[in-house]
Design a binder for this molecule. Structure first.
Ligand SMILES: N[C@@H](CCC(=O)N[C@@H](CS)C(=O)NCC(=O)O)C(=O)O
Length: 229
């Protein structure tokens, strides 16, 4: 005869209250490796500053680089060492830091809105870099005409519209790491184009100025090493 199914045993009532574990943020040790320039590392330095996160800002010289290169995951920098583990890719690292400092989205859709703008800014950077680092003068001159007359206005007008539609920000109508990313990379874009890219874009100008005015970022900009790029 089949055994009768027993009702599931209920946990005995307990007088002991459930204790929630305190949400103590995990403290990591961070070392950022890059050359003595702002360029791809500056958005990361802005995020460290914004979050008041301690890190070692290692600036590798051109002489030191050949020996260090093989020790980096893809033989390039910036590289972030987190608790002794080295990771690369500046945008991935920025996204990771943004989560630590509460500048990412509240859900996957919000994160998507931020990522779209950051990827667009990075597309823009790559289009500028291809021209700026072109070794053949004649080809560079030709490419520069298209860059200045078409590519730069196209991207800046699109970005300006996004800012106008987002309450002076790039996403979610508030400060996110997309704003910090753009403000951090802008000097490098200007350097490659040899001009102030946003001078005629009031929305972008106001956004960048608002990031530079954040106390912790202002303090970082005042104390950071002075570099050409
Ligand atoms: N996609 C990578 C690009 C990294 C990259 O291009 N790094 C350059 C400097 S900006 C580099 O390490 N160049 C030295 C080399 O390749 O030996 C990122 O965003 O981190």
């Amino acid at each position: 005869m089949a055994e009768e199914a027993k009702p599931a045993e209920e946990a005995p009532p307990s007088d002991v209250p459930t204790i929630e574990a305190p949400q103590v943020p995990v403290k990591h040790s961070y070392t950022l490796f890059y050359f003595n320039v702002k360029a791809l590392a500056e958005p990361l330095r802005f995020l460290f500053a914004y979050g008041g996160i301690e890190y070692e800002d290692v600036r590798v010289t051109r002489d030191e680089w050949p020996a260090l290169k093989p020790t980096m995951p893809m033989g390039q920098m910036p590289v972030l060492e987190v608790d002794g583990k080295r990771v690369h890719q500046s945008i991935s690292m920025a996204r990771y830091l943004a989560k630590q400092v509460n500048l990412s989205g509240a859900d996957p859709w919000e994160d998507l809105q931020i990522d779209i703008v950051v990827d667009t800014i990075n597309d823009f950077r790559l289009k500028i870099a291809v021209v700026s680092y072109e070794p053949e003068d004649e080809i560079k001159e030709k490419k520069m005409i298209t860059l200045v007359n078409e590519v730069i206005p196209f991207y800046l007008e699109k970005l300006e519209t996004i800012v106008k539609d987002n309450n002076g920000h790039f996403a979610l109508g508030k400060l996110t790491w997309a704003d910090i990313y753009f403000a951090g990379i802008l000097d490098y874009l200007n350097y490659m184009c040899k001009k102030d890219l946003i001078e005629n874009y009031p929305g972008l100008k106001a956004l960048v100025e608002s990031v530079y005015a954040i106390d912790a970022i202002k303090a970082w900009m005042e104390k950071r090493p002075v570099t050409e790029v």
